[in-house]
Design a protein around this ligand. Structure first.
Ligand code: GLU
Length: 422
């Protein structure tokens, strides 16, 4: 496979998704028709969103919402705001949501949204107007029973509150279950903010146990210090792991004896960068990816582990907190090195799992204690980890292909049971 990959296709997330999907589908002997159904998204919406800027000018932003599959339930998946969003990326992210929800066995399909925008260049009110117009354009396509957005790169609880409000104004009643990752006071769930990081910690615990490692002797390097990276680092640190490095967009911070993660979080909040943190040495951007450690936890964006650096990865475990951090071309290289991969569609599924709990709570109007959320999350993550690893052993495939096979099999079974409506 690696030989047919060109530099352009290697970093196209949709090509990476298709490559793994095809391998898994072939191994499953997937029915030809179901293969065709699942290979392309069900619905792809492109929007050109006019926004009145603060100075009176009108700007038009291009946005997408892709619903890959709704076979197992409403579409589910985040919305990202970034200047390099593409339709192929949103397609890949939507299909990864289908597989992710199926791996953890929650009753959702997969969807994703994105707007091509650098949110740092917008004022808060411009951001609000853009979010509301995007939501209004999607009113008939989203909803608690249709498609339920959530936060992703550069979107947060405030953005979710605007989406909830805009949708509610259109349907003429407050509908909190249209979106997850909301503020606690607007139907959000306790534990949702940390959920993706907590899920990463829970699967790392399972992985080190399999490899016979102890938390105290397990050195971790995290890439990215946004919601997923910072919460993973913090929870791993609190659990006793030694977080020795954090890599970010403008460089990394390294301390072989272990970083003081709470102090690093405070520093990042106050300074907007990790650079200059007194408790560690500065490192050039991306250098820490190939540093010696037990766990590498990429929690930024796609295409960080590629055919160019995969052979130099020295970690024993790669826990994919981000979506698509490893290209398909890098898969084989990592496998040859015997690295234990916890693939994205399993490792970062804690976020959507607690989103599911949030949706359930909103629909019941009954809210759980944080301990209850965390306990249920732990159960889901541990069960799913064991399902994937057992599947890999039984079918003699790597963890990533096992996760895809398990997911595709579950979705294909739903399609078979439902049949194709004529
Ligand atoms: N954006 C997150 C993800 O990629 C969460 C999605 C959700 O909660 O729906 O998994």
């Amino acid at each position: 496979m690696a030989t047919s990959v060109t530099p352009e296709t290697e970093v196209n997330p949709w090509a990476s998704q298709e490559a793994r999907f095809d391998i898994a589908a072939r191994k499953l002997n997937l029915d030809d028709g179901v293969w065709k159904v699942l290979r392309m998204p069900t619905r792809e919406i492109t929007l050109h969103i006019p926004v009145q800027m603060d100075d009176g000018r009108i700007e038009v932003f291009t946005g997408y919402r892709v619903q890959h599959s709704v076979a197992r339930g409403p579409g589910k998946g985040g919305i990202r705001y970034a200047p390099d969003v593409t339709l192929d990326e949103v397609r890949a992210l939507a299909s990864w949501m289908t597989w992710k929800c199926a791996v953890v066995n929650i009753p959702f399909g997969g969807a994703k949204g994105g707007i091509i925008v650098d949110p740092k260049l917008l004022s808060l009110s411009e951001l609000e107007r853009m979010t509301r117009r995007y939501t209004a354009e999607l009113v008939e396509f989203i909803g608690p029973e249709r498609d339920v957005p959530a936060p992703d790169v550069n979107t947060n609880e405030q953005v979710m509150a605007w989406i909830m409000d805009t949708y509610s104004m259109h349907v003429r009643h407050t509908e909190t279950a249209v979106v997850t990752g909301k503020p606690l006071d607007l139907g959000g769930s306790r534990g949702r903010r940390e959920a993706t990081g907590r899920g990463c910690m829970l699967v790392c615990d399972q992985a080190i146990r399999r490899l016979g490692l102890e938390r105290e002797r397990t050195r971790v390097i995290v890439q990215g210090f946004g919601n997923v990276g910072s919460n993973s680092a913090h929870l791993l640190y609190r659990a006793g792991y030694k977080v020795i490095g954090v890599d970010e967009y403008d460089g990394g911070i390294y301390n072989a004896k272990g970083l003081d993660v709470p102090a690093l979080m405070e520093y990042r909040l106050a300074n907007g960068t990790l650079q200059g943190f007194p408790g560690g040495e500065q490192r050039p951007k991306q250098q820490l990816l190939t540093e010696d450690c037990e766990i590498l936890l990429p929690a930024a964006t796609e295409n960080q582990i590629t055919s160019h650096n995969a052979a130099r990865i020295r970690a024993k475990i790669v826990c994919e907190g981000a979506n698509g951090p490893t290209t398909a071309a890098a898969d084989e290289i990592l496998q040859e090195q015997g690295i234990f991969i916890i693939p994205d569609i399993l490792a970062n599924a804690g976020g959507v799992t607690v989103s599911y709990f949030e949706w359930v709570q909103d629909r019941q109007g009954y809210f759980w204690k944080e301990s209850e959320v965390n306990e249920q999350l732990q159960h889901v993550m541990e069960t799913s980890f064991h399902d994937v690893v057992a599947y890999a052993e039984r079918h003699n495939v790597n963890n990533r292909i096992a996760a895809y096979m398990l997911a595709i099999d579950r979705v294909a079974f739903s399609i078979k049971l439902r049949g194709i409506y004529a």
